[in-house]
Design a protein around this ligand. Structure first.
Ligand code: CA
Length: 353
């Protein structure tokens, strides 16, 4: 054996003996529902990958793949469960068809604001329920960024009464779609890439997407000038998914890095989206004065609230877990709302004319 080779072997043995954990390199793959260019939704997985790489000094690598690569934007849960990907980034309410209780971890009609919901997740029973619901899929789920209160959507015509909703074709996902359907709306589901064309060609009369930060660049305002304020997704949370077998094999220090990075990236997306909407709102007012920002008339809001309560009651009747989470969620909201109104409501109205 040459002296150089001996020296290398010795070096390797010594480093393995000194730090067995840090010597092990872990390579994971993450599949996101979004295209890898869709800011801010893609930001959390990208930031997590950057942060764990840096914290582990290059030993923990997560490769993020957008939907243009895996072509299965709504197959993330299955792919993480099956182990093709160790991680995923998506929205919990997309799995409503597999288990209705997944809707609680995104946002629900007339539900909590982001602050209220984060309080429920981290200091109430939110994380506990999320673990229970996702256990059967053999995955872990964590909050993954928030869009804040979403706008109610773009409409080609003004909505003056509940009657104007009848027969309207609209893209609106989650429980909100079921609520709209109760009021006679013809609810359709269309992939993000086809939204503008569908609205432009009249295949749909209305759609909801997110808020000004993401909506304006889609161009919806060119064909549907009525922009309604929201009721249906008051604090939509994104979601990180982790395959449980992969998680168990992960060294403890990498687990800690990942959990910390996910939480930091979650908060960061919330703020990034807020900042994007701040800029877009200002720009919108100046550059597109024809956009008519409206709030649904009171009778329409009341009808939406009544229909939402009916949807909740129907699920609660057939699904005991739904009832349990529903009751916990809304009793927490009641408590939290009293403080939100006091803390934010009173301040925001202080100098309002
Ligand atoms: Ca939405």
């Amino acid at each position: 054996m040459g002296s150089m080779k001996k020296f290398l072997l010795l070096g390797l043995t010594v480093s393995v003996l000194i730090s067995p954990l840090s010597a092990k390199k872990v390579k994971w793959r993450l599949a996101a529902t979004w295209p890898s260019t869709l800011t801010p939704l893609i930001t959390p997985p990208m930031k997590v990958a950057e942060m764990v790489k840096e914290m582990s000094k290059g030993k923990f690598i997560i490769k993020v793949q957008g939907k243009e690569k895996h072509k299965a934007p709504l197959g993330i849960l299955d792919m993480v469960k099956g182990g093709q990907y160790q991680m995923g980034h998506s929205s919990s309410y997309y799995w409503k068809g597999k288990d209705i209780n997944t809707v609680w971890f995104t946002s629900v009609p007339f539900g909590m604001t982001p602050s209220e919901q984060y309080a429920w997740f981290y200091y109430g029973n939110g994380m506990k329920y999320m673990k229970e619901v996702y256990d059967k899929f053999k995955v872990l789920s964590f909050p993954g960024g928030n869009t804040g209160n979403q706008m109610g959507g773009w409409f080609r015509k003004e909505i003056k009464s509940v009657a104007d909703l009848k027969g309207l074709k609209m893209r609106i996902p989650g429980l909100a779609g079921e609520v709209m359907a109760k009021l006679g709306v013809n609810v359709v589901n269309i992939p993000a890439g086809e939204l503008y064309t569908s609205l432009d060609r009249g295949a749909i009369d209305a759609l909801e997407w997110v808020g000004p930060g993401m909506d304006i660049k889609m161009g919806f305002h060119k064909v549907a000038p009525y922009y309604y304020t929201g009721w249906h997704e008051p604090g939509s949370e994104m979601q990180f998914l982790i395959n449980k077998r992969a998680w168990k094999k992960l060294p403890d220090n990498f687990k800690a890095m990942l959990v910390t990075a996910m939480k930091a990236a979650t908060f960061d997306m919330y703020i990034q989206n807020f900042a994007m909407s701040v800029d877009a709102w200002e720009k919108m007012k100046k550059e597109y004065p024809k956009i008519k920002v409206e709030t649904f008339p009171k009778p329409v809001i009341e009808a939406l609230k009544k229909a939402s309560d009916e949807v909740y009651a129907a699920y609660a009747k057939k699904n005991p877990k739904f009832k349990e989470i529903h009751d916990d969620y809304f009793s927490y909201m009641k408590k939290a709302r009293a403080w939100s109104q006091m803390m934010q409501g009173s301040y925001l109205n202080l100098l309002k004319k």
